[in-house]
Design a protein around this ligand. Structure first.
Ligand SMILES: Cc1ncc(COP(=O)(O)O)c(C=O)c1O
Length: 487
């Protein structure tokens, strides 16, 4: 641990706080530009004019003025490590120099032309992206965000199969357009508008909170603390959840379905790490009923899982359609639906058009992002540093009764807090908010997610072991502060 990085932090107003000092955040490669901004003005304008549906992570949102690799700075020059990856979008890092260079070149050359013409940035991206996928997934619809890509996959599945019924998992998040609301498995996100025609959500195979789960369910370093009698490589929980899916097929669905969409590890649903064999079994059942298998890789793609470039590879399945976004542009809006020529042709029976899909700037950014992931060997780095982070979190879980679950692989990691390990009762939201504020004060930005308030840790890929030492120490202090907080 980085004892030499300690600075005084007497500003914390806790009654008995044994850890009186907080570590100093590792040095960044740049010094932030000085800015002179009136925070209250920005807050006022936001409150007055920005749509009220956007929630903030803190009572007073942070005013971010700069980003570099894994770090962000606010208007006061305070540095943070961005464990949110700005909602899992920042893959190769904020303002990665190579990506910025390609973007600047494109800015000076060609911003946009209709995709009814050709441009070299799009050609480059199509070649690069298909080279990262199995051969049969050779046809791409370029779109602008994950929601659009998810919705297009739904249309393709219905058009191709001629069937209507579509399956998703409870606790899933696939975006919130009207069509996608039907796939949303978290009730507190659902507005009172008609949605979800022909979409059935099935029981989530959540091995921490669900009906079944044990200490052997996940492929990866972090298991639950629940007991089970499964031998190595076996997972009864997975089989039981597949049994529920089979029952849903038999009782609630017609013999033929359009498809099933699964996130290989759930993102916004609090990082629920679905058990070994579930995705494979679910896709086999889907295929038996004529449906297409869709992997939502919006968060799990492009090496975030470390051990695998794609979440479907990690889960050992072969999808018919892959949906990507977020990390593909490392913060720039671009997304894609990748499928077979035959499936993709369904939309060609009528006219189909997307104004900005394949935009020259976004294609330049995405091509450079894909290059950087390979050139800087980021996937292997994410695997190594992710394991380091997870092993540190597992040690913390042993020390704090309210750390219920640690899960994930690579840089897709979550911690679920609970009142205690045995009951797994929901951790009070106020206390979670306080811990997040405390983490922020010490320079660590994390997101939360899911129905029970899990903390989500999705570092940008350049984050180092030194960063993780800092993060783990800050978490330790925040958790300790929670234990000793004034009642
Ligand atoms: C797994 C998944 N699918 C789809 C989406 C929707 O993507 P977007 O917000 O880019 O529309 C998200 C967004 O968080 C997501 O996490």
């Amino acid at each position: 641990m980085l004892r030499s990085f300690y600075v005084n932090a007497a500003r914390y107003s806790y009654s008995t706080t044994p850890l009186q000092r907080v570590p100093k955040i590792p040095d960044a490669e740049i010094s932030p530009k000085k800015v002179n901004l009136d925070y209250d003005h920005h807050l006022r304008i936001r409150e007055k004019h920005l749509n009220p549906a956007i929630f903030t992570l803190y009572k007073k949102p942070v005013l971010i003025t700069q980003g570099n690799k894994q770090y962000l700075w606010d208007h006061t020059g305070k540095q943070y490590i961005d464990l949110t990856a700005s909602v899992s979008t920042i893959s190769v890092g904020h303002c990665h120099p190579k990506v910025s260079k390609h973007l600047k070149e494109a800015v000076d050359t060609l911003w946009h032309c209709t995709n009814m013409h050709m441009h070299p940035n799009m050609t480059r991206l199509l070649e690069k992206l298909t080279s990262k996928l199995p051969k049969h997934l050779d046809t791409i619809y370029l779109v602008n965000c994950g929601t659009e890509a998810v919705e297009m996959a739904l249309s393709l599945a219905r058009l191709y199969t001629g069937a209507w019924e579509y399956l998703t998992l409870n606790n899933a998040y696939h975006g919130i357009s009207n069509a996608n609301l039907g796939m949303l498995g978290m009730g507190h996100w659902k507005p009172q508008i008609p949605n979800g025609f022909g979409i059935t959500s099935v029981m989530n195979p959540d091995v921490y909170r669900g009906m079944w789960g044990g200490k052997n369910c996940r492929d990866g370093p972090a298991q639950t603390v629940r007991d089970c009698n499964c031998a190595d490589g076996e997972c009864m929980a997975s089989e039981n959840y597949l049994g529920v899916l089979d029952e849903t097929f038999r009782h609630s669905l017609p013999p033929k379905i359009a498809g099933m969409m699964i996130e290989p590890i759930q993102g916004s649903g609090g990082g629920v790490h679905i058990p070994r064999g579930y995705m494979k079994g679910a896709f086999e059942m889907t295929r038996k009923r004529g449906g297409l298998c869709i992997s939502d890789e919006v968060q799990t793609g492009f090496g975030r899982l470390g051990s695998h470039y794609w979440g479907f590879e990690y889960q050992g399945v072969m999808p018919d359609i892959v949906v990507t976004a977020k990390g593909m542009g490392s913060g720039f809006p671009i997304a894609a639906v990748i499928t077979t020529k035959e499936i993709a042709s369904c939309l060609a029976r009528t006219l189909h058009f997307n104004t900005f899909g394949g935009n020259a700037l976004s294609c330049a950014v995405a091509s450079a992002t894909l290059d950087v992931i390979d050139e800087e060997n980021m996937q292997a780095h994410v695997h190594e540093v992710g394991n380091y982070l997870i092993s540190g979190l597992l040690k913390l879980r042993e020390r704090y009764e309210f750390l219920g679950d640690v899960r994930g692989i690579g840089f897709m990691v979550s911690i679920e807090l609970a009142t205690d390990k045995k009951s797994r009762n929901t951790f009070p939201a106020d206390n979670l908010a306080k811990i997040m504020e405390d983490l922020r004060d010490m320079g660590v930005l994390v997101a939360k997610g899911g129905m029970y308030g899990a903390l989500r840790l999705k570092p940008p890929f350049p984050a180092t072991k030194q960063d993780m030492d800092f993060v783990l120490e800050v978490f330790d202090i925040a958790f300790n502060n929670h234990l000793h907080k004034k009642k």
